[in-house]
Design a protein around this ligand. Structure first.
Ligand code: MSP
Length: 508
């Protein structure tokens, strides 16, 4: 079975920010983990390029919408290269294959008798690209999320019969394993229980969209178009676009990772469109929280922003990935704090993991002629570091599929801390001075080196570059798959340790 994983398709109204970087890093960590576990992974990301918001941004920049989209999607591609995001598919919703696919789905939805023409009246937020039903517009005519004025719309639109799917969607959102984290499931259940209303899937007077084939003055509503990007992403070439073959290309998605603000589109509208088009539903949705910066909402208008490119230039990939994945519980809101960031990187990566590697390899070099010392098997089976390492592996292997990157990272760190404390307690520098202790010290150092190897491997999905540097200091390389390596006793006694090299510098 293929593991098909998606990030949201990011709007190209602006360059990528820390929020989109965060989601994409988390998905990349999960995709890397699944590959190491031997799964066939399709990791999809991409950009959402249509709609009024993007058309207006292009106008204000005095470029055509297409030029604007071309320029901004390159910024996403460049950023993912910088952060070593190993996606398999990058979809642009302005691609021809996407338009073809949208037209095919529209035909299917029409055949299910789920499209009709009606009048849509209401207050629209261009920022959300959504009609705002629940707002009491007597008091305020502002979008609570974007804090900008809502616009009155009264137009003929094509509607999708969402109400027809009330029972099926109710059942779906009530199942135990569709919406994660569980805390977000209730919001969705409450919304569905109020009764689903049909929603408009086309716009008039908006040229920047995919044309509706049988209604020349309509373009598709950006959300209808964007969600379908998860399907068109799977095809490589235009000629392959035939919706009947979608399952061969990796549909349904195993997991959509999205921010909490767009969970409703994914938990309700999206499954209903798929049901109408007779296509299988995604298995799971995960709605993560929002990042703030130094306690405040991020935003261009307030100047409270942080450019992921600057962050990268200052601190590099490992530090940013480690901080975001370890310090913020994926699913909850989190705050990016500079001082905390520096403390965490110095404590976890330099002082704990880097230092463990340095001190152990320098003792090994000094007393064992630069070679991995010999493990004494009779006693090593019950060595405390071995038991700790085995517990760490099982905690980690349960945590990552649940997207609990924080627990996974903490478990790695605990193994390194435990090994450091163990070294302090047994003090091999004293033991070695007493005659007859060489074998004993060899066993201890072998155990710590094995723990470091396991730390290095488990770090791989989270901080791939650091992981590679740690393993290469042990003369090891990262395996393509983990199956035979996540066990105790892989390091070969007698093999040479490479020249020492610091793996992570301290941030001043
Ligand atoms: N284009 C739609 C998604 C279509 S998916 C078929 C969209 N784009 S977006 O660019 O506005 O938002 C993309 C993602 O970024 C959303 O999941 C949103 O929750 C997330 N974030 C926006 N601001 C964020 C933070 N401050 N923190 C974390 N994620 C945030 O919605």
């Amino acid at each position: 079975m293929t593991f098909t994983l998606t990030t949201p398709l990011y709007y190209v109204n602006d360059k990528p920010h820390l929020g989109s970087t965060y989601t994409t890093i988390a998905c990349d960590a999960l995709a890397r983990f699944m590959r190491l576990q031997g799964e066939d992974v399709i990791f999809i990301t991409g950009v959402d390029e249509h709609g009024q918001k993007i058309q207006r941004t292009a106008e204000s920049n005095n470029v055509s919408p297409q030029e604007h989209c071309d320029q901004t999607s390159i910024k996403y591609l460049d950023l993912w290269k910088l952060y070593q995001i190993r996606y398999d598919k990058f979809i642009r919703t302005t691609s021809q294959k996407h338009t073809n696919l949208v037209h095919q789905i529209y035909e299917r939805v029409k055949q299910s008798d789920d499209i009709y023409m009606s009048r849509q009246k209401g207050w629209y937020c261009v920022g959300c690209e959504e009609y705002k039903d629940g707002i009491d517009t007597k008091d305020t005519k502002q979008c609570p999320i974007h804090k900008r004025d809502l616009e009155w719309r009264d137009e003929e639109n094509l509607f999708f019969r969402l109400s027809k799917y009330q029972t099926q969607i109710e059942e779906l959102v009530n199942t135990d394993n569709f919406i994660y984290p569980r805390a977000r499931q209730n919001e969705i259940i409450n919304f569905v229980n109020k009764g689903l209303k049909d929603f408009s899937i086309s716009r008039i007077n908006l040229t920047w969209g995919i044309p509706v084939p049988d209604h020349k003055d309509h373009t598709f509503y950006v959300w209808f178009d964007a969600l379908l990007g998860y399907l068109s992403a799977l095809y490589n070439k235009d000629e392959e676009i035939c919706i009947n073959s979608i399952e061969q290309f990796g549909w349904p998605a195993s997991l959509h990772v999205i921010g909490k603000d767009i969970l409703r589109f994914h938990a309700i509208y999206w499954p209903a469109i798929l049901l109408s088009a007779n296509l299988p539903l995604p298995s799971k949705l995960f709605g993560h929280g929002f990042l703030t910066l130094e306690g405040e909402k991020m935003g261009k208008s307030t100047g409270n922003t942080i450019d992921p490119i600057d962050l990268f230039s200052n601190y590099g990939n490992d530090a940013i990935r480690w901080y975001l994945l370890k310090d913020i519980k994926f699913g909850s809101d989190g705050d990016f704090q500079h001082k905390r960031f520096i403390d965490i990187i110095n404590n976890d990566l330099s002082n704990t993991i880097g230092n463990l590697l340095n001190r152990t390899s320098s003792m090994t070099r000094k007393w064992f002629n630069n070679k991995i010392p010999k493990e004494i098997t009779q006693t090593s089976n019950s060595h405390p570091i071995r038991s700790k390492a085995e517990d760490t592996i099982s905690t980690y292997l349960e945590a990552i599929p649940e997207l609990n990157f924080q627990l996974a990272a903490q478990s790695i760190l605990e193994l390194a801390t435990f090994s450091n404390i163990h070294l302090n307690e047994i003090a091999p520098w004293k033991l070695i001075k007493q005659p007859g202790n060489e074998e004993n010290v060899a066993l201890e150092l072998y155990s710590v080196l094995e723990a470091i190897r396991i730390v290095g491997m488990l770090l791989n999905p989270l901080v791939p570059e650091l992981s590679n540097r740690i393993l290469s200091q042990l003369g090891e390389v990262n395996p393509k798959q983990w199956s035979n390596y996540l066990v105790w006793g892989i390091l070969k006694p007698g093999s040479d340790l490479p020249e020492p090299n610091p793996v992570i510098p301290k941030i001043e």
